[in-house]
Design a protein around this ligand. Structure first.
Ligand code: NAD
Length: 267
């Protein structure tokens, strides 16, 4: 048993105050990234919100201001890997979230899209971590949260690029955890099931075509087939887990993957 007086262990009340911390969130203009940016800003962090979608970032910045948080938009296409690495310099918290999906059988999967998915969802996180570590190591504290997926732990047909990228991200995250531990830097994957975001909404039509099903059956018969909890998870629920991983109390949670999957991986 630990107690509040155990040396080196923060008191057992979660300290959600991220005042004085700078957080970089990629893919912040939409969905999970937007929820994370707003939640971290609400907790007091100065948030650098990175996305290629300038309009979405503008909306996010306005929402951040309304909520009294500090959100600085930065328009950036993460396929520009040098720019991605430079953008991460000085961040105390890095949330690797940007992603994209294409649902096609392998024999019909366009190789250029496969390359883009791997670039945005695996190589860019590597470059962002590379850019963030010098500052984190210098101060002896840092938090890296990688938004993976159940598809980082399980495969699904027709998602070769996405599943490959997420499995790669799991490996990158674990390696960053091993290297970062002596420097006070944690690296963790968060693995949601299907989240109510535009990425999933766009997928329903694609999945309907791939599985030859009407769109209204896709949610129940394909997306939620393996989830014990028969609903989509909300972006705000994912953001709450991400915030917890950025607290002092989460210092020992590293090199692992936290599933928010309604029981999917219990199968
Ligand atoms: P989303 O489509 O709502 O948002 C993704 C964001 O990434 C967009 O704002 C988009 O502009 C940005 N982005 C894409 N390519 C980019 C690039 N080249 N440069 C900069 N920004 C780029 O998607 P979401 O559902 O919020 O997904 C966010 C993350 O969560 C992704 O990594 C996704 O794989 C993961 N995830 C989503 C679900 C889900 O069900 N929605 C489930 C598990 C994991």
């Amino acid at each position: 048993m630990t107690s509040p007086t155990t040396p080196g262990v923060p008191p057992p009340v979660v300290d959600l105050d991220l005042g004085g911390r700078t957080a970089l969130v990629t893919g912040a203009a939409s969905g999970i990234g937007r929820a994370c940016a707003l939640r971290l800003a609400a907790a007091g962090a100065k948030v650098r919100a990175v996305d290629r979608d300038a309009d979405g970032l503008e909306t996010l910045a306005a929402l951040g201001t309304e909520a009294g948080g500090a959100v600085e938009p930065q328009v950036l296409d993460l396929t520009d890997l040098d720019a991605a690495e430079a953008a991460a310099a000085g961040a105390d918290i890095l949330v690797n979230n940007a992603g994209l999906q294409l649902v096609r059988p392998i024999e019909a999967f366009p190789p250029d899209v496969f390359h883009t998915v791997l670039t945005v969802m695996l190589e860019a996180p590597f470059r962002l971590i590379r850019g963030a570590l010098p500052h984190m190591y210098a101060q002896g504290w840092g938090r890296i949260v990688n938004i993976s997926s159940v598809h980082g732990l399980r495969a699904s047909a027709f998602k070769s690029a996405y599943v490959a990228a997420k499995h790669g991200l799991e490996g990158l995250s674990k390696t960053a955890a091993l290297e970062g531990a002596p420097h006070g830097v944690t690296s963790v994957c968060v693995n949601p099931g299907y989240v109510r975001t535009p990425l999933v909404e766009r997928q329903i039509a694609d999945q309907a075509a791939a599985h030859s099903l009407p769109e209204d059956q896709v949610l129940a018969d394909v997306l939620l087939k393996d989830s014990a909890v028969k609903r989509l998870v909300e972006p705000e629920e994912v953001a709450e887990a991400v915030l917890y991983l950025c607290t002092p109390q989460a210092a020992f949670i590293t090199g692992t993957s936290i599933a928010l999957d309604g029981g999917w991986t219990a199968h």
